[in-house]
Design a protein around this ligand. Sequence first.
Ligand SMILES: NCc1[nH]cc(CCC(=O)O)c1CC(=O)O
Length: 297
Amino acid sequence: MKKAIVIGSRESKLAVIQSQMVISYLEEKRPDLELKLLTMKTTGDKILDQTLDKIGGKGLFVKELDKALLDKKSDVSVHSLKDMPMQIPKELPIIGFSKREDPRDVLILPKGRKQLDFKDPIGCSSRRRMLQLKELFPKAQFQSIRGNVLTRLEKLDHGKYGALILAAAGMKRLGLEERISRYFTIEEILPAPGQGILALQGREGEDYSYLDDFLDQESAYAAIAERAFVKELDGGCSSPTAAYAQVTGDRIFLTGLYYNEESKKYYKGSMEDKVENAKILGIRLAECLGGKKDGHR
Ligand SMILES: NCc1[nH]cc(CCC(=O)O)c1CC(=O)O
């Protein structure tokens, strides 16, 4: 009999495609395993009329998936790393990270539109994106938009939004690359920590060696540095933060951005180190930016 492995996933189309990437990989590599997909709606997917900050943050996207792992209804959860809370329960450790998809943010226009029109608000719920876009487009107005990527695209095409800002990674995985009308460079809009990376989460003490070759070491270093940066600053709660780490050989180059709610200023900077020091690099950059009273942009 084949050993059954259940992959837990949110039920959105993007989440399922992402989980399917893991399943397809294993089906090819490990014919001795029987792969099953278990999808579920998370609280974060159900409550769509309020911003995440108000209803309890990113934890709402993982609660149900964590419960399925603990109850042994699933064996591995597949997450978009950027949706994962900063605190991960010890019993449900991250097994590892996927190779990174395009980390950039992109501009999407309503169907048929060729140019960005500042008369209509840009649909955007992330303060990280809003603050950086305001620098790029001082005339832009924003309106909050929630829901999964496909729901947002539908609202864009039938609503009063002038544009959306989304992650290139999601659009590409959904096969919607042709709807991207502009890629923002990393310098223009620094992405969310972990953007484009999938995190695989499992149960403590289990053998996940069947996933070894799916996991990517460069992504892991980047994920560790980017998340250490955010964790050190505010524990990933409410202040807008952005971080992106680039690994080249045995070096890691981290750029971080942090908005200070009190001084209403944002602080941006970069540092590099050896890959083994990814975590301390994130902490050092955070100390350097967060500790400074009159920083620069
Ligand atoms: N918060 C929503 C979310 N979570 C993960 C992705 C896709 C990109 C990724 O995997 O990092 C998206 C959509 C978006 O921001 O456009």
